[in-house]
Design a binder for this molecule. Structure first.
Ligand code: ZN
Length: 273
């Protein structure tokens, strides 16, 4: 009896042939993920409203950069983007492209909460959750659609465009659908990294608690892609309790977050009128 070919090879769709490395079935390599991240970022440019104000973007990049320095050497060159959007959300693209919504920055009650969100997203990239989702997607219907969207992103191929099965954002949303285990891993990474960077890791807990208290009829997107459950909060609190004694950890950044929040409100009001 002939050896069955893996599901992703058997399908034999033209779209898969068009993107040879995706059809190879193995986990995507760091360089492949880098290529994908670059293409996704180009796609995002056409689908999202980015904040280009240097004061705002530099603030988020600095916050993210400090977390990365604390995390140690990384295979990816991380980039942080601010997206003008009224929903609380943040997501990680392939290869360390991290996107944070303005509403997330506005709703953070102190800088440690925003640091917690960024550290959590970095955790998904570091633990290769995005790459794993890219592999997992081959076995599902939505996954096939994402693959086609991915093909469009990666190759810009006519086949993918004709299929028109999804947008980069739909693909990104799928790539950010994580299971409980992946969320716990990202939380654990966030706690460890926040402490190394001098941030109080309780910011992650209080941000999730705030999300849980939101009106269930207007559940923030962040909750649907990174469900903040009570057991996750408890696991994070337990991880914090197990930490060895640390130096002084900060929650605030001398009012800088407040300045950035006021600036975002001003910038987005200007755009509306
Ligand atoms: Zn998450």
């Amino acid at each position: 009896m002939p050896r069955r070919r893996p599901e992703c090879m058997r399908r034999g769709a033209a779209a898969f042939a068009a993107i040879g490395w995706l059809a190879a079935c193995g986990p995507i390599s760091v360089s492949e993920e880098q290529q994908l991240g670059y293409r996704f970022e180009q796609q995002m440019r056409g689908e999202l409203v980015f904040v280009y104000d240097r004061v705002v973007t530099d603030y988020v990049r600095e916050l993210g950069g400090a977390l990365l320095r604390a995390a140690g050497p990384q295979p990816f060159e991380y980039r942080f983007y601010v997206v003008e959007d009224g929903e609380i959300n943040a997501f990680a693209g392939p290869a360390g492209h991290i996107y944070v919504h303005t509403e997330t920055i506005l709703r953070a009650r102190n800088a440690s909460e925003l640091a917690g969100v960024l550290a959590h997203e970095v955790g998904h990239v570091v633990r290769r959750h995005i790459a794993q989702n890219y592999n997992r997607q081959r076995n599902t219907q939505i996954g096939r659609q994402v693959l086609v969207a991915g093909a469009s992103v990666v190759g810009g191929g006519a086949i993918a465009n004709a299929a028109a099965l999804g947008t980069g954002l739909a693909a990104m949303s799928y790539l950010n659908s994580f299971g409980r285990e992946a969320e716990m891993e990202a939380d654990a990474f966030a706690v460890e990294t926040m402490v190394k960077a001098g941030w109080d890791p309780d910011g992650l807990v209080t941000f999730f608690e705030m999300l849980l208290q939101e009106d269930p009829n207007s559940v923030p997107t962040f909750l649907s892609s990174h469900p903040a459950t009570q057991d996750r909060i408890e696991a994070t609190q337990a991880a914090i309790a197990r930490l060895p004694p640390t130096g002084e950890l900060r929650r605030d950044d001398a009012g800088r977050l407040g300045i950035i929040q006021r600036r975002i409100i001003l910038l987005t009001q200007q755009r509306r009128y």
